[in-house]
Design a protein around this ligand. Structure first.
Ligand SMILES: Cc1cc2nc3c(=O)[nH]c(=O)nc-3n(C[C@H](O)[C@H](O)[C@H](O)COP(=O)(O)OP(=O)(O)OC[C@H]3O[C@@H](n4cnc5c(N)ncnc54)[C@H](O)[C@@H]3O)c2cc1C
Length: 385
């Protein structure tokens, strides 16, 4: 699709990815209709943590793309778009056993090889930075250049600064094709005509694209505390346990596994998570899982014992079978692009990936190499087209 003020793009899904794509398409002069079955940030974007973290990524394309994505946040913060919403802060990768220490060291080496700053922190120095840390913590690395942003705030900002038509309660049931090219989308009995369509519907992308056996819902439960400080984060960085890295690196695949993170929010509260429950797309929380998360969290950071748990919540990540997002032009359906499968990384990657999808739809080259994310790798897409 050539860049033109007259083209009409229908974006399906008003999460952080769809909102970013809509924003940058409109900024480039396209006419954009953003459709959501519910409303902005109603999916994973509104039920997540906000780590804009390279430290948490698997080595390879995810680590590299996260570096681009975090730099994109910094650029958008500087140019005013994300002013006040993106905050720099360190991630501490922490180990509590010798085996975990080995894993953290390996991950640190992979981060350094990708060009990331990695600082070894001994227990004394770590206790100076994070007083009260658990006795079991035996090794830590600091990744000083990470950041934080709340997905729903970023989504609201992107939409608030765009001239686009936002349609809530607009569930798309079908992408309508004519003579091999996209003609629009079906919403109940209505056909909305469009020159191009972007599918950024999280787990809702599966039925629209015939990706039911490729996209997996992965539920995450989290808990939120009261304020430990009156203003600003209560501790000097984001605590990421080796158990989280083990899950991200594919070492542990277990529906009862807790990939522990303790996230000090700007409000002074802590966000503590989380579970990784495959094939669960409901939003319920349960006492067994929340208790397991809190037990882990108290071992890592005992001062949490003084906090009140205000609420628990669950969100649904969209994972792909090979663990990589799916971003690119549809291999068979002309005029259709896809941006989904961001699993637990879409707050970090979302704005950059939305901007990249916008560029692809406008016939431009994205700023980073997205070849590892191509939809083409799933031949089943072609079979379903
Ligand atoms: C517990 C938890 C913690 C997380 N923590 C982090 C973190 O710290 N850092 C990080 O980077 N990421 C994190 N994530 C992941 C992140 O939240 C997601 O990757 C990201 O929000 C995905 O955004 P999205 O726009 O692709 O999808 P979503 O936010 O799921 O948006 C999809 C939208 O599409 C709409 N939709 C679906 N089907 C249709 C249809 N047929 N028609 C119209 N609309 C439709 C939905 O209503 C929804 O609003 C976490 C996720 C969870 C669950």
């Amino acid at each position: 699709m050539a860049s033109s003020a007259s083209v009409h793009v229908a974006v399906i899904g008003a999460g952080i990815v769809g909102a970013a794509a809509a924003h940058f398409l409109a900024a480039a002069g396209a006419r954009v209709t953003l459709l959501d079955a519910s409303g902005p940030a109603a999916g994973a974007t509104g039920a997540s943590d906000g780590a804009v973290s390279v430290a948490s990524k698997r080595p390879g394309p995810m680590m590299d793309l996260a570096r681009h994505a975090r730099a994109f946040y910094a650029r958008c913060e500087q140019d005013g778009l994300f002013r006040g919403l993106f905050h720099r802060r360190s991630t501490f990768l922490v180990a509590r056993t010798a085996v975990e220490a080995e894993l953290v060291a390996q991950h640190g080496a992979d981060l350094a090889a990708a060009g990331e700053r990695v600082v070894e922190v001994d227990r004394t120095a770590l206790l100076d930075r994070i007083p009260g840390l658990g006795a079991s913590v035996c090794a830590a690395l600091e990744i000083p250049d990470d950041g934080h942003a709340l997905g729903y705030e970023i989504t609201e900002r992107l939409l608030g600064r765009s001239l686009i038509d936002i349609r809530r309660n607009a569930p798309v049931s079908e992408i309508v094709m004519r003579a091999g090219r996209v003609a629009g989308v079906a919403i109940r009995d209505e056909l909305l005509t469009a020159d191009a369509v972007l599918v950024a519907a999280g787990i809702g992308s599966a039925p629209l694209l015939g990706l039911g056996d490729i996209l997996i819902p992965r539920k995450g439960q989290m808990a939120v505390t009261d304020r430990a400080s009156a203003a600003g984060p209560a501790i000097d960085g984001h605590l990421m346990a080796a158990s989280y890295l083990a899950a991200k690196r594919g070492i542990v695949r277990d529906n009862n596994h807790i990939g522990l993170v303790i996230d000090p929010l700007m409000t002074g509260q802590f966000l503590i998570g989380g579970s990784r429950e495959d094939n669960r797309s409901d939003h319920s929380t349960d006492a067994v899982t929340i208790a397991a998360i809190l037990r882990e969290a108290l071992d890592l950071y005992p001062p949490l014992a003084h906090r009140r748990i205000l609420r628990s919540f669950a969100g649904v990540r969209t994972a792909s079978r090979d663990g990589l997002p799916i971003v690119g032009l549809h291999p068979q359906r002309e005029g259709v692009a896809i941006a989904t499968g961001f699993e637990g990384d879409g707050i970090c990657l979302g704005p950059f990936m939305g901007a990249s999808a916008a560029r692809l739809l406008l016939g431009e080259t994205p700023e980073a190499d997205l070849s590892a994310l191509t939809p083409q790798r799933f031949v089943r897409i072609e079979a379903h087209a």
